[in-house]
Each structure stands twice: as structure tokens, then as C-alpha cells.
Design a binder for this molecule. Structure first.
Ligand SMILES: Nc1ncnc2c1ncn2[C@@H]1O[C@H](COP(=O)(O)OP(=O)(O)OP(=O)(O)O)[C@@H](O)[C@H]1O
Ligand SMILES: [Mg+2]
Length: 331
């Protein structure tokens, strides 16, 4: 018979949804049974494993249980979606990619970490200029973990519910505790700054204090992300509430090339000098490079051209460069 350790590991891998490990342990048990002379049982176990693998291939990947859209008051505070974006869709510096992979690893081993009274990293502060991938990163984490993404526009809450923002925040944190998901507090600086609402300093301070209290108390399995373009005006007390602070930046030469190549991968191209295009695009954000690519592709389609050519892309980049960058933010 299988050893108690093996049975425990089998159940644990099932609980954690770690299919590869589950099958590996099941195969180990079959091998063990064969070794101790239980040939028929071993054959039966192997057949069951093969059948389970076949079925898994036939059935579509398990998605998140589609939770209902936020209702009532919550619906005006949160917007929900189920992103399909993956980390591999993003072009990132290696250091950022490593940190995000680490977060995913910890999240995927959540149950295991919890049994050792450890907590996975899940409160993240995302900093960086517009169009560098903060919102996309929230989508990618949700997509990778098969979780819904809820976006909370803090500036909206503060202006719309002046005087009752703290009560609204409580509703949001109740949802965070009830429904596991990725919760993105966008435009997070609106509670860190006092400049935007010079007459409402008291209210902003109250909101900030409530936020600090809620995030401290939160012991849920949700990921809480806060994104801002203005790290310099964030209250210092906020920083230490987060398990990780991730900085996004404009793409360097190499990453512009990667972005151009990735965004144009599906199209026929002729005689493209990527390095020269990347030099022209220097200073643009990932979002702006993406828009330039989309512009060139649209031109190609509109003019019935058989492939993308250098001048078309070059023109699209120049056009993008002539637009003030603040106009090209989140998609
Ligand atoms: N690192 C990246 N890799 C690939 N594409 C990117 C990246 N960053 C941004 N993009 C593209 O630009 C679009 C807009 O980016 P995103 O909304 O994530 O920027 P942001 O940092 O949240 O900006 P903002 O501060 O204005 O909210 C994305 O949907 C994606 O198409
Ligand atoms: Mg954003």
C-alpha cells in the first residue's frame, strides 16, 4: 500500500491544484505497488492516471467560478473583469519579471505557505510613468491566477462620495475579504496627495487613515494592488503596508525592439530595421509604442498593402511622438 507520506502529498497537491505534482505522485505510487509485487493494482492505477490526463486535455481549462458582477452600492465602486492577459504578453526588465514570477509562485503555493503560518506576498505597490504596464500587470496577475480583476478608481470614490469615502472603502475591503480576486486601486495617489483637493484636506487624511487601517487588518487571500504615477507624493506611511514595491519604467532600446516585434508578430513584414525604429521611438512609453504599431497596421489594412514596411512604421512612430505623452495612458 502507498505510504502515508505519499497519500498526504497526493491530497495536498490536489488541494493546491498542482496537477503536475499530483500525477507525479500518483505515478510514484503505481511504481511502488509494481515493485512490491502488486502488478495488477499498478496497471490499474496507471490506466486511471492515463485516462485522467486524457480527460483533462479534452475539457477546457478550469476558469474562475464566474462570480456575479458587483451589485448595489459596490457596482459603482468596483468594475470587474476576467482578463486573459499573461505575464509572457508583457515586455519587462528581467528584475521586474523575476519579482512578478516570485509573487505568482507564492500565490500558487498559498495553501502550503499557510500551513506553515506564512503569508504569500499579495499587497503590492506599483509605481511608474503612464503607459508602462501597471494596469496590464494587474491583468496579467489575474489572468495567470485565474482570478477576477476588480478595479477601484479612488479618485472617483473620493470626488463622488466626498464625506463618506471611508464608509465606501469599508465596502470595498469587505468585498476583498469575501471574494478572492486581484483588487487594483488605480490612481492611488489621490489619497496620498493633499494638493488635488486643497479644501478637503481633512477628508483626504481621514480616507488615508481608513485605508491604512483596512489594509493592515486585511488577512484575506486576495491580492491588493495600488498603482500610481506619482510616487513622490505618496505618504511615507503607505510604503511599509505593502509586501513589495514594484517600479515600472519607460522601455529602453532593447525593450522597444521587443515591444515592436511582439505587437507586430502576427503581420507580414518586409525589410524592417528594428534597431533604427527603436532609436526613433526612444522616449515613448510601452503604451505609445503599442499605439504606433496599431496605427501602422491600420494604415496597412486601409491601403490594402501586402506587408508592413519601414516607412509606414516610422511614420506611425513620428506621429505618436508629436502627441503629448499625457494623452496616451491606459487602454
Ligand atoms: N510592459 C508592457 N509590455 C507590453 N505592453 C505594454 C506594457 N506596458 C504597457 N503596454 C501596453 O500599453 C497599454 C497600456 O498600458 P497600462 O494601462 O498597463 O499602463 P499604466 O502603467 O497602467 O498607465 P497609467 O499610469 O496611465 O494608468 C497596455 O494595454 C499594453 O497594450
Ligand atoms: Mg493604469
Amino acid at each position: 500500500m502507498a505510504k502515508a507520506q505519499q497519500l498526504k502529498a497526493l491530497l495536498q497537491s490536489h488541494m493546491e491544484g498542482d496537477e503536475a505534482r499530483f500525477y507525479a505522485i500518483a505515478m510514484q505510487i503505481a511504481a511502488h505497488e509494481a515493485k512490491v509485487g502488486h502488478g495488477a493494482l499498478a496497471t490499474e492505477l496507471r490506466a486511471l492516471i492515463d485516462e485522467a490526463k486524457r480527460r483533462e486535455k479534452r475539457t477546457p481549462a478550469k476558469g474562475p467560478v464566474p462570480i456575479v458582477q458587483p451589485r448595489g452600492e459596490l457596482s459603482s465602486l468596483l468594475s470587474a473583469s476576467f482578463p486573459k492577459v499573461r505575464l509572457a504578453d508583457m515586455v519587462l526588465p528581467q528584475s521586474v519579471e523575476d519579482r512578478l514570477s516570485r509573487i505568482l509562485k507564492e500565490q500558487r503555493q498559498l495553501a502550503k505557505l499557510r500551513t506553515h503560518a506564512l503569508h504569500p506576498r499579495r499587497k503590492l505597490l506599483l509605481l511608474g510613468p503612464p503607459g508602462t504596464g501597471k494596469t496590464m500587470c494587474a491583468s496579467a496577475l489575474a489572468g495567470e491566477l485565474d482570478l477576477p480583476l476588480f478595479v477601484i478608481r479612488l479618485d472617483g470614490i473620493i470626488t463622488k462620495y466626498l464625506g463618506e469615502t471611508a464608509a465606501k472603502l469599508r465596502l470595498v475591503f469587505d468585498a476583498i475579504a469575501q471574494t478572492r480576486g486581484v483588487y487594483l486601486f488605480d490612481e492611488f495617489d489621490s489619497i496620498g496627495t493633499q494638493r488635488a483637493f486643497p479644501n478637503e484636506v481633512g477628508e483626504i487624511r481621514r480616507v488615508l487613515n481608513s485605508f491604512l487601517q483596512f489594509i493592515d487588518q486585511d488577512d484575506s487571500d486576495s491580492l491588493i494592488l495600488a498603482a500610481t504615477n506619482h510616487p513622490e507624493i505618496l505618504d511615507y506611511a503607505l510604503y511599509r503596508r505593502f509586501d513589495d514595491v514594484i517600479s515600472f519604467a519607460l522601455p529602453d532600446h532593447e525593450r522597444i525592439v521587443d515591444t515592436l516585434r511582439a505587437k507586430l508578430a502576427a503581420f507580414r513584414k518586409e525589410g524592417i530595421d528594428w534597431a533604427s525604429l527603436a532609436r526613433e521611438a526612444e522616449g515613448l512609453s510601452y503604451a505609445e509604442v503599442t499605439r504606433a504599431c496599431e496605427g501602422a497596421v491600420k494604415d496597412m489594412i486601409i491601403h490594402d498593402l501586402p506587408a508592413l514596411e519601414q516607412p509606414l512604421l516610422s511614420r506611425a512612430i513620428q506621429e505618436r511622438k508629436s502627441i503629448p505623452s499625457s494623452t496616451c495612458t491606459s487602454a
